[in-house]
Design a protein around this ligand. Structure first.
Ligand code: NAD
Length: 416
């Protein structure tokens, strides 16, 4: 089964468990699972190839899953594997995340099936602007607010902000994850990893793990993985394994995060990092450690390797890195999992703060953003953890139940 199918199956499994526990009727379940609107968008762009200009037609998507609690919110992904099924699953996950962290947004996701690395900068700009033009009728500052995701970045958001503003007037709040010079928020770049580290520390403390005596392995050293590593190292944890797409590096005595960051900046890879030994990405996951943070891809922990994982705490920095069958195996062995919809919610929370600052035309200091983020993440963690203890369920089941209840209540109160 390909990874996207596994993800859809995994998410459906977790939702079904929560629906059963909340004793929701079939009709309520159907409403919660259905998208408000699913839009396919044709994006024609002229590409310069082999010495001539050729028209290419790309397939784009914007799925607006649910807006019962506020405007749709979710990223735009530029990746060759983007398809309607994947975008539907990710749009739904956004609805549960925004509800769980209790911000006034719904859930959406979008993207284009394209490999942005194969485009020149001007082609990428044209693609981004055309996509934004075509989405313009269905997005809006109080309607649907896109953000960056895999393959897109603050520059793509800047082009979209400019394109939208041509016909609607200057509207910084139309996208989040913008460059700070155009109304982006201080702290947004590091918010997801910073939040992962904060929640990992809370969950570790609940397991009586002491930072100085706890070993951490992180798979993926991009935006989320690197900021998680910085956050955990600052708290005193010993990072003994790291990896990127090219493979992993390990040192049981601890890896210098400053050196790893410097090498990534200079060479673009962790491979050959001084003072470390090489290790494959597969073996890295099975290293003897206390905390494992998958921060790269979906479905990295499956039935095939779940029983070999030695960590007692897994923090899902990536979206859907554990399949539901692997999750069952880990649960049976008493491994605690902080689920994606809680662990990486710092990203959308910081996006919410960016939107608020844009609406108020009043930028906050980085410390204000990060302390508000920390407080909200702490209270969300406490609420999830208390529910989990009361109902004797795991953190994932508790997080899904809380999120679904909030969305269901909003639908009911508004009258669907
Ligand atoms: P990124 O592109 O910045 O980094 C991805 C990292 O994973 C890189 O180090 C890359 O080399 C590595 N990687 C890629 N393929 C790999 C492989 N096969 N094996 C091991 N490592 C591999 O992406 P990111 O923004 O850090 O996102 C990482 C994950 O976190 C994704 O699942 C994303 O959906 C999720 N996420 C990101 C945010 C955010 O704010 N960036 C928010 C929520 C969730």
């Amino acid at each position: 089964m390909d990874k996207k199918c596994i993800c859809q199956e995994t998410q459906r499994h977790f939702l079904n468990q929560a629906f059963d526990s909340l004793t929701l009727k079939d009709s309520q379940q159907e409403l919660l699972l259905s998208s408000f609107r699913e839009t396919r968008i044709t994006v024609p762009v002229t590409l310069y190839h082999n010495g001539e200009n050729t028209l290419h037609t790309f397939q784009g998507y914007r799925v607006q899953h649910n807006h019962s609690r506020g405007p749709f919110k979710g990223g735009l992904r530029f990746h060759p594997d983007v398809n309607m099924g994947e975008i539907q699953a990710l749009a739904q996950l956004m609805t549960w995340k925004t509800a769980l962290v209790d911000i006034p947004f719904g859930g959406a996701k979008g993207g284009i099936a394209v490999d942005p690395r194969k485009l020149s900068e001007s082609e990428l700009e044209e693609l981004s602007r055309r996509f934004c033009q075509k989405m313009a009728p269905i997005i809006g500052v109080h309607k649907d607010i896109p953000a960056p995701d895999i393959g897109t970045n603050p520059q793509v958001m800047a082009w979209m902000l400019d394109e939208y503003s041509k016909t609607h007037g200057y509207r910084t709040a139309i996208v989040t994850g913008k460059p700070i010079a155009l109304g982006g928020s201080a702290g947004r770049l590091e918010a997801t990893g910073y939040g992962v580290a904060h929640l990992a520390h809370k969950a570790a403390t609940a397991l009586s793990l002491v930072p100085e005596h706890s070993k951490v392995v992180i798979q993926g050293f991009g935006n989320v993985g690197s900021h998680t590593a910085i956050g955990l190292a600052n708290k005193g944890y010993k990072i003994i394994g790291l990896s990127d797409v090219n493979g992993g590096v390990m040192n049981t005595a601890g890896i210098s995060i400053d050196q790893a960051l410097a090498q990534i900046t200079e060479q673009g890879t962790l491979t050959g990092l001084a003072g470390t030994s090489p290790i494959s990405n597969a073996d890295l996951l099975e290293l003897s450690c206390d905390i494992l943070v998958p921060a790269a891809l979906e479905a990295t922990i499956t039935c095939d390797n779940a029983d070999a994982i030695q960590a007692q705490l897994i923090v899902e920095a990536a979206n859907m890195p554990i399949t539901h069958r692997a999750d069952d195996q880990l649960k049976q062995r008493g491994v605690v999992v902080v689920p994606d919809l809680l662990a990486n919610v710092g990203g959308v929370l910081a996006s919410y703060y960016e939107w608020v600052q844009n609406l108020q035309q009043f930028p906050w200091e980085r410390d204000t953003v990060l302390s508000r983020l920390e407080n909200r993440l702490s209270s969300t963690y406490e609420t999830v953890s208390i529910l989990a203890q009361e109902k004797k369920i795991d953190l994932r089941a508790a997080a899904y139940e809380l999120a679904i209840q909030r969305v269901e209540q909003a639908i009911r109160l508004r009258g669907f």
